[in-house]
Design a protein around this ligand. Structure first.
Ligand code: ZN
Length: 670
């Protein structure tokens, strides 16, 4: 779960969503969205310029990720684009449309394997139709290898695209198989086995080293003349053509950095790209994690290791952002009042902390997504990844609020509220307050909920065993939503009026009783911790308020709804449950914890489940969502940048083709 929130006061009309087009397009099971860079206009010129340079550095890494995902990805992408750009026939033709959709999927997944499942996907046209479309493209426009003729090129790309037995899994994690040989990702060369990889890196490790580098992070392991060796990602090495461009822009950014500290951080990064030295990468990370002063910030590098079945090698990604002062101010307000909340909590006094400290979460606004964060993006980031750096120097945890905001606004038009909300009042409250109150709910959960309360002497916290995580999340959620309905929220300026909290109460019940069942397969129980805790709270409140109809189940035209009739009484019930959950936690009462979870959190009503799945299906929502970036338009005067404007009019295809045309410098085959 992530922290998120938004304040729109300082934004222009175009940015704040009245005229903003959040949904760019939908194709197949994919939806492409656009995010507004809220607060951009009020940034100082120096910060705009800095972000502009880093955004250009970010685009330059796109090819790297394509190639890391699969060694033929760049060839396929370029071939599809060549067909698309050179096609002279009817653009409404079914085969051409199918090829176009496949190209859009390849862009979206940064390759021919699905971003989530890592399975190869296939176009909805025949191999013959593909060959025919390809035959109309002039030789010069095709990314053929040296010495390759058209016949061989056609056969090669056909196999890559259509053969359902050829390199079909990007990351294989099936026990007992050679994970390197059976994975199509490009972190290991032909003929390298899992045993060889393990042997190679085991030999590098020194068990005494308390500050080990991230071995293998920035290289491809290949076998040449029977010898296993690394090809390092660096200028002059593998991906050098792209890294050179990245460094070109980083060096420009360095000159307009926010602070000397940030300048030093960039200097480490540049040096690392030049040398490939992983010690320098650690220096960079330590410097980066300690930079809490700069208003702008970025991720740029070989970062996450999910794409390597052995979890050693990192995919390239970039995120460029600046601090959302208003939202971060909100988490500060919560933190500053941590003791008040603790003192007034409805739990038994002996379980309260005498001295409590809130956590402040940093909320950011993203201005550019790239590499493994584009177009499919995380909504929260926690870095760096090296365990010893996290332990010795800390980590930075951020939530990206303009992305969650865009998700929220885009889903407003999806028909979800119309389908699952009973009354007009409730729908209006959800639209008006839903996003704001949900963000505040998450903030309270993260900043205060987990840190509240104390264990009795002799209790270690492990007593609840497998039920511990669900009880803990239940506790944090309850602490949060209980207080959402407190007048203190309005008093502190965290909510605008005493009507707002109702939106979250209603949304919580709706989700906990029904909506989240959409993520459970038919016949299955609820497994995921957060889903369990939400159903626990919602169904406990429903059961205990049944006589007074605090929450009422209504059926209209064969459709089920859960309606909150009495928000004040619901709050009292939340307080009552929080009191009991805290007692269970503080005393380590395993039996009571188990009983609550088993009774309220796990079981699914099969009839209601079936109904929810059917209603979702009818809404036809895309299961893959991603974002395109704004286009940065520098305003020049006498050779100097005096302002940078953001253009939100670019389409999905336009942006992808622009990136491919202007920012693609790697050869086809590495
Ligand atoms: Zn939590």
């Amino acid at each position: 779960m992530v922290t998120a929130g938004i304040t729109l006061a300082s934004c222009s009309k175009e940015e704040n969503g009245d005229d903003f087009e959040f949904v760019v397009e939908k194709f197949g099971d994919y939806q492409v969205l656009r995010y507004p860079v809220l607060g951009w206009d009020s940034l100082p010129g120096q910060q705009k310029e800095f972000i502009y340079y880093l955004s250009q550095a970010a685009i330059q890494g796109r090819d790297i990720l394509f190639d890391q995902n699969y060694k033929h990805n760049l060839t396929i992408r370029r071939t599809l684009e060549a067909i698309y750009n050179n096609y002279k026939g009817d653009r409404e033709d079914a085969d051409f449309k199918a090829l176009e959709e496949y190209m859009k999927m390849v862009w979206f997944n940064n390759g021919i394997h699905n971003d989530n499942s890592s399975d190869k996907f296939y176009p909805a046209l025949t191999e013959e139709a593909y060959v025919k479309l390809l035959s109309e493209v002039p030789d010069a426009a095709l990314p053929m290898n040296k010495g390759e003729n058209r016949e061989i090129f056609t056969l090669r790309t056909s196999t890559i695209i259509f053969d359902k037995t050829f390199e079909t899994k990007r990351v294989n994690q099936a026990e007992g198989e050679d994970l390197i040989k059976t994975s199509a990702c490009n972190y290991y060369g032909d003929g390298v086995t899992q045993a060889e990889v393990e042997e190679f890196y085991d030999a590098m490790k020194d068990p005494e080293d308390k500050t080990p580098v991230s071995y293998g992070l920035n290289s491809k392991l290949v076998k040449e003349d029977g010898l296993v060796k690394e090809k390092i990602y660096k200028i002059g090495g593998m991906y050098g053509e792209a890294l050179e461009k990245i460094v070109y822009w980083l060096e420009k950014a360095e000159k307009v950095a926010d602070t000397d500290h940030q300048k030093q951080t960039l200097a480490y990064l540049i040096d690392y790209y030049k040398t490939g030295d992983l010690k320098t990468f650690d220096d960079f990370n330590i410097s980066w994690v300690k930079d809490l002063e700069s208003h702008t910030d970025f991720v740029n590098g070989f970062t996450e290791t999910y794409g390597d079945p052995l979890g050693l090698k990192a995919s390239w990604e970039s995120v460029v952002n600046f601090k959302n002062d208003a939202a971060t101010g909100r988490t500060e307000t919560i933190s500053d009042n941590a003791q008040w909340f603790e003192d007034h909590s409805p739990i038994d006094d002996k379980f309260k902390k005498k001295e409590v400290k809130g956590v402040t979460a940093k909320v950011i606004t993203v201005a550019m997504l790239a590499g493994d964060c584009y177009p499919s993006t995380p909504i929260g980031i926690n870095l760096p990844n090296a365990d010893w750096i996290r332990k010795d120097h800390g980590s930075k945890s951020v939530t990206i609020e303009n992305i969650t905001y865009a998700y929220d606004r885009a889903s407003a038009g999806s028909g979800m509220l119309d389908e699952f909300v009973y009354s007009k009042d409730e729908k209006e409250r959800a639209k008006k307050y839903g996003f704001m109150t949900h963000n505040l709910m998450v903030d309270m959960h993260e900043c205060l909920g987990h840190g509240s309360g104390q264990l009795m002497p002799g209790v270690t916290g492990d007593e609840l065993k497998a039920y511990g995580a669900t009880i803990e999340e239940t506790r944090a959620d309850l602490f949060s939503i209980y207080y959402l309905g407190d007048p203190k929220m309005v008093e502190l300026g965290l909510l605008p009026d005493d009507e707002a909290y109702k939106a979250e109460y209603e949304g919580y019940i709706r989700n906990g009783m029904m909506l989240q069942l959409n993520r459970v397969k038919p016949g299955k129980k609820i497994e995921q911790t957060h889903m369990r805790n939400r159903q626990l709270i919602a169904s406990w409140v429903y059961e205990h308020g049944k006589d007074d109809k605090v929450v009422e189940k209504k059926v209209k035209d064969g459709k089920t709804y859960f309606v909150v009739n009495d928000h004040r009484q619901m709050r009292a019930l939340l307080g009552q449950l929080l009191k009991e959950i805290q007692r269970i936690k503080s005393t380590g009462d395993y039996e009571a914890g188990k009983a609550l979870v088993e009774k309220y959190a796990v079981k699914v009503d099969p009839k209601l489940h079936e109904e929810v799945l059917a209603r979702y299906e009818a809404l036809d929502l895309a299961s893959h969502k991603g974002f395109i970036n704004p286009k940065f338009v520098p305003v020049m005067e006498g050779g100097k940048i005096v302002d940078v404007q953001l253009d939100y009019t670019e389409g999905y295809t336009e942006q992808m083709l622009r990136y491919s045309k202007e920012n693609s410098h790697l050869p086809n085959y590495n």
